[in-house]
Design a binder for this molecule. Structure first.
Ligand code: HSE
Length: 310
């Protein structure tokens, strides 16, 4: 039997309320797996896709994972090498959990691992973002960077990928509920107005700065006050049935803050320990469920590892 290498790339919560396109963190589960093999037959091929219900293409230039993998091979001048990959989707599409980003990250990682790690994770970032761009058309790293590096990541500037890892208080837990509805990221981006008032800008930049200071200083109350999105959430909330009830349930159960995960429909909350995060998660789950919306709950610390070989 031929021997393969397996990589895992975790789900992520992008935006973290106030940081549209510039903040994101990784969670432990779910995530995507790719198994890769070196082959005598030249060229990159996807040999198997599971967990996607036939919805993911096998064409190298259309699949986020293989697109990223191919860009890494081109960069290394190794497009002639034979590589076969199996893409095992372990997370839902159009969920707000960074599904396409996790695949793109795993695609870039698998090639690097198979070739003996010629590139650092920092060097892989651009290629993984290019892979993610296949899915939503935009070049932003707020899912890809945390899935790759782990932790809480600030992208000061997306075009130049000026990314920074932000410390966070030990014990911070995320509760993430994924309601069984689909929102395409491209659609959730298309509805956003490009008009922002000066007052909104002042409030939002204050919250981003407050969130970062709160994370650095483990100031939980400041984190809670800063988890407030005055620009994007008010526009996207209408896409998620009962969003306000779910948010209210999270806050009543003791969450520091609650908002839309990425482009939605998943909703996340941050809490100061696992026991509160469990209660918060159950409250969010129940709020969706009682309103007729099936949903899946994930409770996790902020994942520190990011994508790993397993
Ligand atoms: N920042 C992105 C958005 C994340 O909210 O559209 C989803 O890709």
């Amino acid at each position: 039997m031929k021997e393969g290498i397996k990589v895992f790339a975790p789900a992520t919560v992008a935006n973290v309320a106030c940081g549209y396109d510039i903040l994101g963190f990784a969670i432990d589960q779910p995530g995507d797996e790719i198994i890769g093999y070196l082959s005598d037959k030249p060229g990159l091929r996807i040999t198997k896709i599971t967990g996607a219900n036939g919805k993911l293409p096998y064409e190298i230039e259309k699949n986020t994972a293989s697109f990223a993998a191919m860009r890494v091979l081109e960069h290394l001048g190794e497009t002639g090498i034979g590589i076969e990959i199996e893409v095992h989707k372990k997370m839902p599409f159009s969920s707000g959990l960074g599904s396409s980003s996790a695949s793109a990250v795993a695609g870039a990682m698998i090639v690097n691992e198979l070739l003996g790690k010629p590139l650092s994770k920092k060097e892989l970032l651009h290629f993984a973002v290019l892979g993610e761009q296949v899915a939503d058309g935009a070049y932003h790293a707020d899912n890809v960077a945390p899935s790759l590096f782990g932790g809480l990541i600030l992208i000061r500037d997306n075009p130049t990928l000026d990314v920074h890892s932000i410390p966070f208080p030990e014990g911070l837990y995320a509760s993430v509920v994924h309601p069984q509805i689909k929102i395409r990221t491209a659609d959730a981006r298309a509805i956003l107005s490009d008009q922002v008032t000066l007052n909104q800008t002042i409030e939002q930049t204050g919250n981003v700065a407050g969130l970062i200071v709160g994370m650095y200083n483990s100031d939980l109350e400041l984190i809670g006050r800063s988890l407030n999105d005055v620009i994007i959430e008010p526009q996207r909330a209408q896409l998620i049935p009962h969003f306000h009830k779910v948010k209210e349930a999270a806050l009543n159960a003791g969450a520091l803050g609650c908002s839309i995960s990425g482009a939605g429909p998943s909703v996340f909350a941050l809490s100061i320990n696992q026991s509160i995060a469990d209660n918060v998660g159950q409250a969010m789950h129940k709020a969706f469920f009682d309103n007729g919306i099936e949903n899946e709950l994930f409770v996790s610390t902020i994942n520190k590892e990011g994508a790993v070989r397993v």
